[in-house]
Design a protein around this ligand. Sequence first.
Ligand SMILES: [Zn+2]
Length: 247
Amino acid sequence: MYIDVHAHLDLLKNVLEVINNCKKKNIIIVAQGINPKTNRQVLELSENNSNVKSAIGIYPDEILKLSDKEIENELSFIGKNIKLNKATAIGEIGLDGTYENMEKQKEIFVKLVKLAIKLDKPVIIHSRKAEFEVIEILEELKCKKVIMHCFSGSKKLVKRIIKNKWHLSIPSNVKYSLQFQENAKICPIKQLLCETDSPFLSPDKKFPNTPLNVIESYKKIAETKKLKLDMVESIIEDNYKRLFFDR
Ligand SMILES: [Zn+2]
């Protein structure tokens, strides 16, 4: 079984075709919601497709577009759906230094992380140009079930993530990205997961990317760790089950 822990299925045009092709190849997809609309879309996709799981959250940029009331409503919607086991994680959430109002971003990010801790579910973290701030907050809140998605911070910060026993998900563009190759190299395999960030980050610099390409992350990890592909597949399946389902 292959697992793509981070894809934006709502952005793919032929989404049902992609999901069915993934099913044939034994690929599980964790579809990410980023706002009220996409949270509902990914929940519907996971409800109707056995190989789709959903993560629901509020993306940094989306925090700034919602009123306080809308944010409160969404926080309770997220809590409710996690409790009902309809969503398996809280994501995509985090901080982004390229957007304004970092104080507001932090305020809501903290609430989302606290909710995940209370419900004992993983957080899937976006940290563009705010890598240090994100790590500080997660450490301070003693968050344990963490997936750092597409982590682009320094090697020093990667080591801090490893020390905290968090997970790094390696995107399919690791095929050419030296940064992600380095992340895969220094992180113990027990803390690695794979993702595509579809429709972005294609391994061939094309658009759109799809979860079918998650295999590229597996191949690169196998090459980097000098392990057979089926061994990588089985270790990462264990990582995923342990983190998402306590198995
Ligand atoms: Zn994303």
